[in-house]
Ligand binder design. Sequence first.
Ligand code: FES
Length: 277
Amino acid sequence: MRQVEASVVSIREVMPGCYQLCVAAPGIADAAHPGQFVMVRCGDKLTLRRPISIHRVTESGEVYLFFTGAGLARESAVSSGRKIVPVSGKGEGTLWLSRRKKGDKLDLLGPLGNGFTVNPNSRNLLLVAGGIGIAPLVILAERAISQGKFVKLLLGARTKEVLYPGGLLPGGVEVELVTEDGQVGRKGMVSEYVFEYVGWADQIYACGPRAMYESIAREMIERNAEKPVQVSLEVRMGCGVGACYGCSIPTKQGVKRVCLDGPVFNLDEVLLEEVRL
Ligand code: FES
């Protein structure tokens, strides 16, 4: 883990309210593992850092971060052209972050967390992204493809307007799109299609909302599928380095800290009903 002052290389809104921020941070890029995150200090007045997923890294030392700009109202607010005003400070940090410009300096701490585990013998990886859950899966797909693995991505979103742009995905990923209204790709929830690929996949990785995890877990049990699913949890964090216990969650193995023991857990290990996601 390092604390670095990184320069903003670029920032762009890739979906309504969702930003891809590229910073020059070679020390973090070299050490980053898929599924890890950084803590970003968002402004001088905000004492706490914000956890942001590492989305991609490049060989030239750039780190791409993916985050949402201002709480859950972002999609409709941005797409309708309204000004975003955070309520009670919620989303204030990431709103500040979304306003950074090329050349600005950012204070980053990372890479943090455990990241995903890929078995050397696995050939077929199934990735399941619900909405902005795509954030940590792009770097995983990129690494896996560079190691000669086959990657299938089930990419879901509420509507086509909030679907992650296919052009930003690494080449070689086989993508299946799912939208709730069926305007693009298959209709319904992305979790409904996971089981079609369970037999094919050597390992499964998911990132998305709680309902998606619950649905996958239910289906795995009902169908007696014994394939492990690694999930990335997004919870509120204080320190990000294991000191404050603010990110503690109950698991079958006792209380664990998402920032230190996670953010990646085996789905069957997490007591989902007791976790605030
Ligand atoms: Fe402080 Fe995890 S955020 S222990």
